[in-house]
Design a protein around this ligand. Sequence first.
Ligand code: Z5A
Length: 208
Amino acid sequence: MSKSRLITLEGSEGAGKTTALKAICKILDKWQIEYICTREPGGEPTAEKIREILLNSDHLHAKTELLLMFASRNEHIENVIKPALESGKWVVSDRYVDASYAYQGGGRELGFETVKWMDEFIVGKTQADYTILMDIDPQVGLERIKIRGQADRIEQESLPFFYRIAKAYRRKAKIDAHKYTVIDASKSILKVSQAIEQAMDEQKEKLL
Ligand code: Z5A
């Protein structure tokens, strides 16, 4: 039996992570892998309550935001991710710790070092085996999600905030290049899905 794997999806607003998730699931089904799909912040009851605070509070200090992201992540890891991996299932997570490097480290300018400290403390060895970054110009991504209506607290941030996030994601993808694939998410849904399926197939030997 192959080792259980943790696959994560990252990207800024409107990058198309939902489409990407479908493409990953299609491949895992083809490989006959048992897996669960989950998301951050959230993925389990307490973490979902923290998500509500994170997305719908009027104001949060940057450090509070970082601490809450990791508090919800700790519940998610202990109650969902670790048990799934230990039972032999693979886990596909819509966002994981690299979102904290990008949003809190880059966007909120708390820096990678601060996030790394929290990463080592909370995530430890439960690191992603493989990450797909949906890379898009933030302006294009924000345009895509405009039609959804009411923006949450983070979505209401200014454009420079989202450019810092995109830059931080690219930096993290370079640091962890051995386990990252960067997808051009500005292409059509069909092209993006094909690119993800191809990327997964290229990782097959490494992952299985
Ligand atoms: N956050 C954080 O700050 N720190 C952390 O550590 C973590 C998270 C874990 C979670 O909100 C928020 O928490 C998020 C980061 C922060 N920031 N905010 N706000 P969320 O889960 O609600 O939001 P999201 O993860 O950013 O999801 P999203 O905005 O929905 O983006 P998406 O999932 O990538 O997009 P989508 O739903 O797949 O697509 C959006 C629209 O674009 C939709 O109408 C699609 O049909 C369309 N689309 C998708 N692909 C295409 C292509 N290729 N062409 C044209 N149109 C497309």
